[in-house]
Design a protein around this ligand. Structure first.
Ligand SMILES: NC(=O)c1ccc[n+]([C@@H]2O[C@H](COP(=O)([O-])OP(=O)(O)OC[C@H]3O[C@@H](n4cnc5c(N)ncnc54)[C@H](OP(=O)(O)O)[C@@H]3O)[C@@H](O)[C@H]2O)c1
Length: 309
């Protein structure tokens, strides 16, 4: 049985999900392949421009809707509370769905309202003065419509999480964040556990994402410790990186457009021993590959572990 974790809503999230950022034109086939392989959790975002492809793939799969867990995210240009219901509806229309299982605030920063994905003036992104607390309250209201089953956030710092919880009534079900054996974030993860907030690891293979810098570090999935642990189980370093998340009771959302990897990644659903977790603790380089602070016009992750590659 594939592992699933219980959210604070009572719903279950499959431990291994399927990431769909980048390679837009390959995503319909990739998601068809993923569903065929057994993935039941798919991660997307309005900003990825992959929702339409995913909608098509889901439709073609013929799978009953209730067997799938679909996450999408609100983009930075849609933070005004009046824009939130419409943004969700646009995502639902593209996905050809009546509801999503999880709706996340993609980044804790608001940009100029409208349809320009990266609104810029003089080379700089144009910010909007909207508090993410007010945005989140608009997400809370969506829960009443049945169009979202759970809400949460992504890329928030600890101070931002604390402010959110102190000023809203629904504790986020999920925080999606960069997490992998080179950015382990143990303290922050413990904090989430105490609050009942499930964590999803994005970029679970660290610097494997082609647009990240950090090539000079070698590949995280080639770390000798991961490969050595994998040998015992007949698994690859990549599968051990996923199992490391699953063992910590976090979901992981690897992305791949390659059929063999799509299948192999799903087999990262197994548990490591305490001793193996300890060994992996020893390779925490505290490197963050997805820090958009400069490009996005706000300093993110200021109180968290990890420096840019
Ligand atoms: N919330 C956020 O701000 C945020 C940010 C980043 C990512 N995400 C989500 O998290 C998902 C995963 O993160 P990611 O796309 O950054 O990176 P990732 O899943 O860590 O890595 C993807 C890269 O690894 C390659 N790959 C996949 N499986 C492999 C394997 N078994 N062995 C070797 N290489 C493998 C893929 O290549 P091929 O595709 O060519 O096979 C692709 O280049 C995203 O797709 C997205 O859904 C969310």
């Amino acid at each position: 049985m594939p592992t699933r974790f219980k959210l604070n809503t009572g719903a279950e999230i499959p431990a291994i999900g399927f990431g769909t950022w980048q390679d837009e034109s390959a995503q319909e086939d990739a998601v068809i392949e993923a569903i065929k392989a057994g993935y039941r959790h798919i991660d997307t975002a309005q900003a990825y421009r992959t929702e339409k492809a995913i909608g098509q793939a889901i439709k073609k799969s013929g799978l009953p809707r209730e067997q799938l867990f679909i996450t999408t995210k609100l983009w930075n240009t849609k933070h005004h509370p009046d824009d939130v219901p419409k943004a969700l509806q646009e995502s639902l229309d593209d996905l050809q769905l009546d509801y999503v299982d999880l709706f996340l605030i993609h980044w804790p920063v608001a940009w100029k309202r409208g349809y320009e994905q990266f609104p810029k003036e003089n080379g700089r992104v144009v910010l909007e003065d909207i508090d993410y607390v007010d945005t989140y309250k608009a997400l809370e209201r969506l829960l009443q419509t049945g169009k979202v089953k759970a809400i949460g956030v992504s890329n928030f710092s600890k101070a931002e999480m604390e402010k959110l919880i102190d000023n809203t009534s629904v504790v986020p079900a999920v925080h999606q964040m960069e997490c992998h054996p080179w950015l382990q974030q143990h303290d922050f993860c413990e904090w989430h556990k105490a609050k009942g907030i499930h964590i999803t690891h994005y970029s679970p293979f660290g610097n494997q994402n082609e647009i990240y810098s950090g090539g000079h570090l070698g590949r995280l999935i080639d770390e000798p410790v991961l490969k050595e642990i994998g040998e015992k189980y007949g698994k690859s370093g990549a599968q051990v990186a996923l199992a490391w998340g699953v063992t910590r009771e976090h979901s992981v959302i690897p992305k791949s457009k390659t059929p063999s990897r799509i299948k192999n990644n799903l087999e990262g659903d197994f548990k490591l021993t305490e001793e193996e977790l300890k060994k992996i603790e020893g390779i925490n380089r505290k490197i963050r590959f997805n820090d958009s602070s400069t490009a996005f016009g706000k300093a993110f992750f200021t109180d968290l572990e990890g420096s840019p590659a």
